[in-house]
Design a protein around this ligand. Structure first.
Ligand code: ZN
Length: 477
């Protein structure tokens, strides 16, 4: 009798414990969230600092702007479905400026893996600082462009600072060629500066001096300076392709806009750089002089004259026929307060002329940012971050007719009272991990960072995604 009661009791106990674990007490079933980090800071990601991530041998390496605007790196193992990091890869001067009252947001990390497997992070620049001396290729603003290299190949846990690029750099874009050469493209200063590249033939251990390819120049007809925003990626063979828009950088007393200096940008351009011959050309093989001036650009590299419409530069990619496609974000005025839609547009070169100019997405307000991939000339797939009322949305938009029309095929992420900052496509991306996005929520200064692919966001246990935040005094909820 006693034994029977005992047996019944142990069965009951095991049932109770079993019930308990189903209710959520089981350590093998941690609470999961769909972001991998919650310590993004300010505007933590963008399309221009690129690539922000790379897929390599089963692992997606990602970067974003974390506390004090430092670069943070994490890694996702697709087979093990496990995360490592984030780890801090360097120390940003932008996040430690004396008297800082707001985020600078220009020194977001750019990530590249060299042929030996070392991971490079470029970050922290917004034109350099006065104490760096004279910038012979432009003007000076804040921060210092910096470079960190992982201490061991494919290991994100420890980093080494190397002093081998110009401190004046802004908007780093890092590209590796088939022979292992690395090209680092950036604007050599603040708005009124040339765009340049530096080349490394020793896996990023040393870089050659900067070479200007887009010229900043004072205008004589209006009180303004010619300025540019560029986006660079691999073309065919040893070529690089560049899309860029023009910034009319007004003096504050130019008298053209009552707001003084505004982000007035126009038009979209395209050109090609042959890294083997060091020659630059147009899409239809006319030679170009570098650094390219506005006058020559207007004659030779124009993809679309956007008239009164303002632009925010997008990206460019080749289709499988070797012809370029470009995207450009465009609206009546870039200032959010001015209202009106700012959509993403697509154009493509068919071998003879630029076609398209249709909007990819449709919305009533807010801004639109993203990147795309193209296979055959007709099949173009965008991932775009925009708004649906007060919701932030990241969605896939697909064209099967060469960009004449796009349909929203898949929503990857949606959050209330938010917008999303997004990166360009991750290099060599796994289908499950194509872009990194940061949620800019209106009710918190904490920025959740997501890794998104065709199945939506990759999950992580809540306890691992919960990280120490920026403690800057001006950061408020
Ligand atoms: Zn300007």
């Amino acid at each position: 009798m006693t034994r029977m009661i005992y047996v019944s009791f142990t069965i009951l106990l095991s049932l109770l414990l079993g019930g308990c674990s189903v209710e959520g007490g089981d350590k093998s079933q941690p609470q999961m969230v769909d972001y991998f980090a919650d310590n993004g800071t300010g505007n933590p990601l963008a399309v221009v600092q690129q690539p922000a991530g790379e897929y390599h041998n089963g692992i997606t390496y990602v970067s974003y702007q974390g506390p004090f605007e430092d670069p943070y790196i994490a890694a996702y193992n697709h087979e093990a479905q496990s995360w490592l990091g984030p780890f801090r890869a360097g120390t940003s001067d932008l996040g430690r400026r004396v008297g800082r009252t707001k985020f600078d947001n220009h020194g977001k990390p750019t990530l590249l893996i060299d042929d030996l497997g070392y991971i490079h992070i470029f970050y922290g620049g917004h034109g350099g600082d006065k104490h760096h001396g004279v910038n012979t290729l432009g003007d000076v603003h804040h921060g210092a462009n910096k470079h960190s290299i992982s201490k061991r190949p494919l290991d994100i846990t420890e980093w080494e600072a190397v002093d081998n690029i110009s401190v004046f750099g802004t908007y780093n874009q890092a590209i590796k060629m088939d022979n292992g050469d690395i090209y680092l493209f950036y604007r050599h200063g603040a708005h009124r500066s040339d765009w340049v590249y530096q080349k490394s033939t020793d896996h990023g251990r040393t870089f050659q001096p900067p070479v200007s390819f887009l010229k900043h120049k004072r205008r004589t007809d209006v009180k303004a300076v010619d300025s540019w925003y560029a986006w660079v990626t691999r073309g065919e063979g040893n070529e690089l392709i560049i899309s860029f828009d023009y910034h009319l950088c007004l003096d504050h007393d130019a008298g053209i806009d009552s707001r003084g200096h505004v982000p007035r940008r126009h038009d979209v351009h395209f050109m090609v750089f042959n890294t083997e011959t060091d020659e630059w050309r147009t899409v239809d093989n006319q030679p170009l002089n570098i650094p390219l001036t506005r006058e020559e650009a207007e004659q030779k590299t124009l993809v679309m004259d956007t008239g009164d419409m303002w632009t925010f530069n997008g990206s460019t990619h080749l289709d499988n026929k070797g012809n370029p496609h470009v995207s450009i974000n465009m609206g009546k005025d870039i200032g959010e307060k001015a209202g009106g839609p700012k959509l993403t547009y697509h154009l493509r070169w068919d071998g003879n002329e630029w076609l398209g100019g249709s909007p990819v997405n449709g919305q009533k307000s807010g801004i639109s940012r993203g990147d795309f991939e193209v296979t055959d000339p007709n099949t173009i797939r965008f991932i775009i971050s925009d708004s649906d009322g007060k919701d932030g949305v990241v969605a896939e938009w697909l064209s099967r007719d060469g960009g004449d029309s796009f349909i929203k095929t898949r929503e990857l992420l949606r959050r209330k009272n938010s917008t999303f900052a997004t990166t360009a496509m991750i290099k060599n991306a796994h289908p499950d991990a194509q872009v990194i996005v940061g949620q800019i929520a209106r009710d918190t200064a904490d920025r959740k960072i997501f890794l998104l692919g065709q199945k939506g966001p990759i999950q992580r246990p809540l306890k691992d995604a919960t990280l120490p935040k920026d403690t800057s005094t001006f950061v408020s909820k």
